[in-house]
Structure formats: C-alpha cells, structure tokens
Design a protein around this ligand. Structure first.
Ligand code: AMP
Length: 278
C-alpha cells in the first residue's frame, strides 16, 4: 500500500502504472471507512489493476458548518482497514491540493436532478459533489470509478456529469451494504447511540413495507401509507419520495418500470439517508 498526500506524486506513480498498460479503478470516499466502502474497494480490486482510494472530507458539499465539523475523521483506522485489502494507493490530500487557487469551476447544469430530494434539502450539495469529483477525476484519470447506491441520487448526478463532460470513465454502481439488522452502513452511524441505531431501523422497515405496498397501491397512496408508518417511529422525517429510477421524476398514479424510494430523516442530530429499488 502507498499513501499520497500531494497530487503530483500520485499522478507520477499512476503514470508508471498506465505506462505498463494497467487499468486504474477509483473509489472516492470521505473516510471513516466501513464495510460499505470496503465492498466498493473489493469490487474495484476485482476488475481493475490498480485501485486508488481517496479519503477527503469535501467542504464544498456540506451546507452547514456544524455538519462538516462533526463529520467523523479516522484516518489511521482507515489506513489500517485498507492495508488488509491489498496493494491500494490511498490519496489523503489537504484541501489546497483539491481546490488550488486556479481552479475554474462554474455551476454545472445538472438538468434539475440536483434540485430534488437531497438537492432540495441540501442546497448546493450536488454542485459541491460534482466539483470535487471532477477535480479528483482530473488527478486520477481512472478507467472505472466506483460509487455506492446508498447515495442513489449521487450516482445519477455523477453519471450525468461524466456524460456531459464526455469523460472516458465508466461509473460502476455498487449495492448497499447493511448491518444484519438492516441498518445501512454509514460513517454517520458512528455518531449514533445503540438506542438510536435501533430507532434508525425504521428507515429499512419502511423500505421493506413499501415493497409490499407497491403490489397493491399506486405510488401516491403507497407514499402516504409509508409516511404514516414512518412517523410512528422516533426519527424526524425530512422527505420520503418515490421516483423513477431513470429520470428521478416523482411518481404519482403509476409506477415506472424501475421505481426507487429515497428517504432522509434525522435521528437526533444525525441526518441519515436510505434508499431501495422497489
Ligand atoms: P462517503 O464516504 O460517505 O462519501 O461514501 C463514499 C462512497 O461509499 C460513496 O460512493 C457511497 O455511496 C459509498 N457507500 C457509503 N455507504 C455505503 C454502503 N452502506 N453500501 C455501499 N456503498 C456505500
């Protein structure tokens, strides 16, 4: 394993890999790694020759200073976890390496998919995501980049950005890793007490309920019943949306060929998201 903090030394090491005809797989993360991240790393190790994992808590995608401050940072433990996975390159840069002064980035037209759900409740979030991923892609220039479907809307945004910039990068979407209880793994779970982890199961339970509701009811009625069920739990709901998996348009009377539910809610002070294809 090699650890890089400055982009020039990473670029140089990657040039040698590319010159040897090897493919690069890239897994961008914000650290506080768990088995969800490790599943992405393993997928990358299976189908690319050299895997790069970035660990960078991106300030531009947080829309409140306290959320950024409280985001868990566990670099030494992250490195120890990655060491077990094999010969990966870890890129853990300071902010100045990712956002140099001569960084030209104008708000990117994401055709509205950045304005619904997460985008609606976290204004500017996806512009920050697109900015950091574009800059990271420029440095790493991978053939394949791996993202988790836990952040379903993020995958759609990154796919659109990659298409619009005509980048020769395949976006590989990986399944959600869950605890045996059903709780989706998340770095933010580190901030939950044991009781809160139990309270948070309402997210998964609601998604499971929706799979049943879909068989009997329209999206509008299913949404109403699912919200009613969710509100019996202890979390504070931000949104529960049923959307077309392709266009992210809200569903009303008819299900789309592939439909997805996305939920965001607060468990105490911790904001959690979960999603499932129905
Ligand atoms: P983050 O560090 O939260 O920015 O996540 C980095 C990557 O890991 C993103 O592509 C996430 O979607 C993915 N990821 C986070 N949690 C999970 C999970 N439970 N299962 C699968 N992928 C995940």
């Amino acid at each position: 394993m090699q650890i890089f903090q400055d982009k020039q030394s990473l670029i140089q090491a990657l040039q040698e890999i590319k010159a040897a005809g090897k493919s690069i797989g890239f897994v961008p993360t914000m650290g506080a790694l768990h088995d969800g991240h490790i599943a992405l790393v393993r997928s990358a190790l299976q189908i690319t020759d050299q895997v790069v994992v970035s660990i960078f808590v991106n300030p531009t995608q947080f829309n409140t200073a306290s959320d950024l401050d409280k985001y868990p940072r566990t670099l030494q433990a992250d490195i120890a976890l990655l060491q077990k996975e094999g010969d990966v390159f870890v890129f853990a840069p300071p902010v100045s390496e990712i956002y140099p002064e001569e960084d030209f980035f104008a708000p990117f037209d994401l055709e509205g998919i950045d304005l619904v759900m997460e985008g609606k409740f976290r204004p500017g979030h996806f512009q920050g995501v697109v900015h950091v991923v574009r800059n990271l892609f420029q440095i790493v220039q991978p053939q394949k980049a791996f993202f988790g479907l836990k952040d379903f809307q993020q995958v759609a945004v990154i796919r659109l950005m990659t298409k619009k910039l005509a980048l020769p990068i395949e976006i590989v979407a990986c399944a959600i890793e869950r605890a045996p209880t059903g709780l989706a793994l998340s770095s933010r779970n580190l901030r939950l007490s044991e009781t809160q982890k139990e309270d948070a199961l309402i997210l998964f339970q609601t998604l499971e309920l929706l799979k049943k509701l879909k068989k009997e009811f329209s999206p509008a009625v299913s949404q109403e019943k699912a919200i009613e069920f969710f509100k019996k739990g202890k979390l504070e709901l931000e949104y529960l949306e049923l959307v077309s998996s392709e266009t992210l348009e809200a569903l009303d009377q008819t299900w789309s060929e592939s439909s997805t539910c996305c939920i965001a809610a607060f468990c105490g002070e911790v904001r959690l998201i979960d999603t499932a294809q129905l």
